[in-house]
Design a protein around this ligand. Structure first.
Ligand SMILES: Cc1cc2nc3c(=O)[nH]c(=O)nc-3n(C[C@H](O)[C@H](O)[C@H](O)COP(=O)(O)OP(=O)(O)OC[C@H]3O[C@@H](n4cnc5c(N)ncnc54)[C@H](O)[C@@H]3O)c2cc1C
Length: 495
């Protein structure tokens, strides 16, 4: 490959800045950094809207090397600060640049037990990539795509297991097998503790298994990463609803010296408007669970059909909305409308997924909110009556507050309505556990190390307080900190 002949795809300004900043580094030819940011190939739009196969297809090895060569190898890398689990990004990129993929993935594995998942669903644009120095002069390094490439490379060739510390004999119970629970379990199993994960559903993985669709996160990838945590030594029991089968206090009596609650936020919020009980109205949680976990998209191979009309309205603006809308489209719906009360700029969904949804033909109604759902005489939803909003001053979330415009309403035909306006924790565990404090939304109150109000009980991920966004990597970050605090407690008794 002749580097000088490659179309670098960056502006003269970027090139000059790069030369000024980095020309003194004799070991690292600046020309490498002039490649355009590599984008992952995707399934063509006309094909992908008819199937549930993964949309993004991943880097080829040459592309990964080219992309990693753009890393500036900063002396004080900020990207690592943007990663809640603290992956040494410059180090793994250095190895990719040399084509040493084995070493590169081993660097990632030091901090992250679920790299194939994070490489696919992490909002890198607001985390590691937002801190990348390359972003100041052009496009940040495609860190997520590189992580995914390495994780897939390793899955294909077989994962090299790390060494496990000698068994300590200390028993830990992890409630919930989402990213928070899996991280705690993996980290503590590596340290030699006896870890049992209790999962309420029949399939492990939490939202990764029941929420995020196959076309964004194949379930074989989730299964492989769960398997890795099991191979580290964690025992997994499914169909175990803690709070019903055993209480937390009973687990303590059974000899568990530390308990981590990573039970997520699986209870959907509703709109409290007229018509919400009509047939054809789903919570996004139910809709996605039926599709992902009960495999209704594989009907009739799986005898679990999901009834959707020709037109679907999805209400909300986050990742859950995008996933519901794109799932509905793939089930054969003719028109999918998203109804969101703020403007596109305020949408919390990942930008990449909003663009994918637009490319696929999802219709967006911004500054719009549902007034009521209108049904037919047989009790099925037929239309959504909507009002219009305008944006005023920012609210406590920093986003501009939507305010209804009087006398502006219209209807959208819809035989299926999916409500995706957020979810909170299931109250089961807090109800049956004494001395476990929660906030007004029912989240367990936990400090930065995940310690709750009850000695010996930690919590993290979506069910706990103390962090901003509900993301996979944030859940993992809380799990990592809790694991280190639990380890200290088990080895020194210090709470
Ligand atoms: C549809 C959807 C799409 C998303 N997309 C993205 C994305 O693209 N990127 C991103 O970063 N984040 C995304 N998120 C958010 C992210 O998935 C969550 O923040 C993350 O999964 C939280 O992890 P967790 O481990 O705290 O909980 P969860 O993943 O919710 O896992 C909790 C687990 O605990 C189990 N459980 C609950 N109660 C009990 C009990 N009493 N006993 C035993 N087990 C119990 C549940 O069954 C579940 O398996 C998405 C969320 C949804 C719903």
């Amino acid at each position: 490959m002749e580097l000088n002949k490659i179309d670098t795809g960056i502006s003269t300004k970027e090139m000059i800045l790069n030369i000024v900043l980095y020309k003194e580094d004799p070991n690292y030819p600046t020309v490498y950094r002039y490649f355009r940011r590599q984008e992952m190939p995707k399934q063509p739009i006309v094909e992908r809207i008819k199937n549930f196969n993964e949309v993004a297809l991943g880097f080829e090895p040459d592309q990964a090397i080219m992309e990693a060569s753009r890393c500036l190898q900063c002396q004080d890398p900020q990207c690592r600060r943007g990663c809640p689990v603290g992956i040494n990004i410059t180090s793994f990129c250095g190895y990719v640049r040399e084509g040493n993929f084995d070493k590169a993935i081993s660097v990632i594995r030091e901090s992250n037990s679920l790299p194939a998942i994070c490489g696919r669903v992490c909002p890198q644009e607001s985390q590691c990539e937002a801190y990348c120095a390359m972003g100041q002069t052009g496009s940040p390094l495609a860190i997520g795509a590189l992580e995914r490439f390495l994780a897939d490379y390793e899955l294909k060739k077989g994962i090299t297991m790390p060494s496990i510390a000698p068994i300590t004999g200390k028993k830990v119970a992890v409630i919930g097998s989402g990213p928070a629970g899996l991280t705690v379990a993996g980290d503590l199993a590596k340290l030699g503790h006896i870890v049992s994960i209790f999962e309420a559903l029949h399939t492990p993985g939490g939202v990764l298994a029941y929420g995020i669709p196959e076309f964004r996160l194949p379930k074989s990838i989730v299964a492989a990463e769960v398997d890795y945590v099991k191979r580290l030594g964690a025992k997994l029991e499914t169909n175990m609803v803690i709070g019903k089968i055993f209480t937390i206090d009973e687990l303590v009596e059974m000899g568990y010296q530390a308990i981590f609650l990573g039970t997520g936020a699986g209870s959907p919020y509703f709109l409290s408007i007229s018509g919400e009980n009509l047939n054809g109205v789903y919570s996004a949680n139910e809709f996605l669970t039926r599709c992902n976990l009960m495999k209704s998209y594989l009907f009739p191979e799986y005898d679990t059909p999901l009834i959707v009309g020709k037109e679907v309205v999805v209400i909300g603006g986050g990742n859950v909305t995008m996933d519901s809308a794109r799932t509905a489209l793939r089930l054969g719906v003719e028109k999918v409308h998203v109804v969101y009360r703020r403007s596109e700029q305020e949408m919390p969904a990942r930008r990449e997924e909003v663009l994918n949804a637009k490319d696929e033909g999802i219709l967006f109604n911004f500054l719009t909110y549902p007034l009521r759902l209108i049904g037919n005489s047989r009790g099925w939803v037929e239309k959504v009556e909507c009002g219009m909003m305008e944006l005023c001053e920012p609210d406590e979330t920093g986003r501009r507050r939507p305010v209804p415009i009087p006398n502006h309403s219209f209807t959208i035909d819809a035989q299926t309505v999916i409500i995706a306006i957020g979810q909170g924790p299931n109250p089961l565990l807090s109800k049956v556990t004494k001395d476990l404090e929660t906030d007004r939304d029912g989240r367990f109150i936990a400090d930065e190390w995940g310690r709750t109000s009850k000695r010996g009980i930690w919590s993290g991920g979506d069910v706990a307080t103390g962090w901003a966004d509900a993301t996979v990597i944030n859940a993992m970050g809380t799990g990592k900190r809790a694991a280190s605090s639990i380890h200290q407690f088990l080895t020194t008794g210090q709470w």
